[in-house]
Design a protein around this ligand. Structure first.
Ligand SMILES: Nc1nc(=O)c2c([nH]1)NC[C@@H]1CN(c3ccc(C(=O)N[C@@H](CCC(=O)O)C(=O)O)cc3)C=[N+]21
Length: 304
């Protein structure tokens, strides 16, 4: 047990994503220092083409994180009524810009923009989201370069919670390109912090509870508030909640995950809260991918 796990008698331990993210940020800060000695300042570009207030908040948080660890952040905002050629031209410029090591195209892009085409346009060496088909393919074929941030964060949380991932039965609920699919591929790898037996469930799975009840580890990334409840879970399982759903209106507005936290924490041995679980880890892993991108492009070894 470490500082990131809060033990609670008779209830699931709480896996503190903020605490683990803080320790990731610390090692990123050290890596930025080593890059600095080699004359390299890592730079991350965030590109926003959306009026979604949540996206604006996330991008602002990412900029603040960068500042904290010594990564230079560059923000580009594109009018939602601009033609998509303007977005593509921006991506081309960032690809060419030697001050930019990582490029994040905040999703979702405004309606009418060809999102897959935009993600393909990012230089795979600067694709710190790991969404470019080349990086997706590398993960799937067992030769990963950039792995998407949320799956990396989930893997790290499991390790920190003391889960022995090799040989464990992991059930992932959700098959998105951002989380479910890359996480399945990551945990199927042969590494010491992977090598799991992975089942991927989704909105058309018959008898979700039957699958979930067999799992040592349940990761829920379905985008459905409180989809997984305590009665579906095996006693002592570890539950990772990737969902971030705003429920309620006005003063009653709160964030809930895809897991019914109250009932699940009566059955699980450890669980991530929302907020304060996976979200901060996604941001921390973006920083790590960015220093790794800078090191690769500069040809410097930093071991991060
Ligand atoms: N190209 C791209 N890459 C992404 O990684 C990406 C994206 N687009 N689009 C949207 C999703 C969502 N996402 C979040 C990351 C952190 C929190 C986070 O830190 N949440 C905090 C609190 C959030 C709050 O208070 O609103 C928490 O869970 O504790 C949330 C959401 C990254 N995404």
């Amino acid at each position: 047990m470490n500082d990131a796990i809060q033990e609670r008698p008779g209830r699931a331990d709480v896996i503190d994503g903020e605490a683990v993210a803080a320790s990731v940020r610390e090692s990123v800060t050290a890596a930025v220092g080593r890059l600095g000695e080699a004359g390299v300042t890592p730079g991350l570009a965030t590109v926003l083409m959306s009026d979604d207030p949540a996206s604006e908040t996330y991008v602002r948080m990412k900029q603040r994180d960068c500042e904290q660890v010594g990564i230079e952040s560059h923000h580009v905002e594109i009018d939602t009524d601009a033609p998509q050629s303007e977005l593509f031209a921006t991506i081309d410029q960032l690809n060419e810009d030697p001050a930019i090591d990582g490029i994040l195209i905040q999703r979702p892009l405004t309606e009418g923009v060809d999102e897959p085409a935009a993600l393909r346009r990012v230089d795979p060496e600067k694709d710190v989201d790991g969404f470019h088909p080349e990086n997706v393919g590398r993960l799937v074929t067992g030769d990963p370069r950039f792995v998407p941030c949320t799956p990396l964060g989930v893997q790290r949380l499991l390790t920190e919670a003391g889960v022995e991932i090799p040989g464990s039965d992991v059930v992932i609920v959700g098959r998105s390109e951002l989380v479910g699919k890359p996480l399945a591929n990551l945990l199927l790898g042969r590494d010491d912090d992977a090598d799991a037996t992975v089942t991927v469930c989704h909105s058309n799975t018959e008898d979700l509870a039957n699958h979930v009840s067999r799992a040592d580890v349940v990761v829920v990334a379905a985008g459905v508030p409180r989809l997984v409840t305590g009665e579906m879970l095996a006693e002592g399982s570890v539950v990772i909640d990737v969902g971030i759903n705003a429920v309620g209106e006005g003063d009653d507005r709160t964030l809930v995950g895809d897991v019914d936290y109250e009932s699940a924490s009566e059955v699980a041995s450890a669980i991530t809260p929302v907020p304060g679980g996976v979200g901060p880890m996604t941001r921390a892993m973006l920083l790590r991918n960015t220093v790794n991108a800078a090191a690769r492009q500069a040809g410097v070894e930093i071991d991060s």
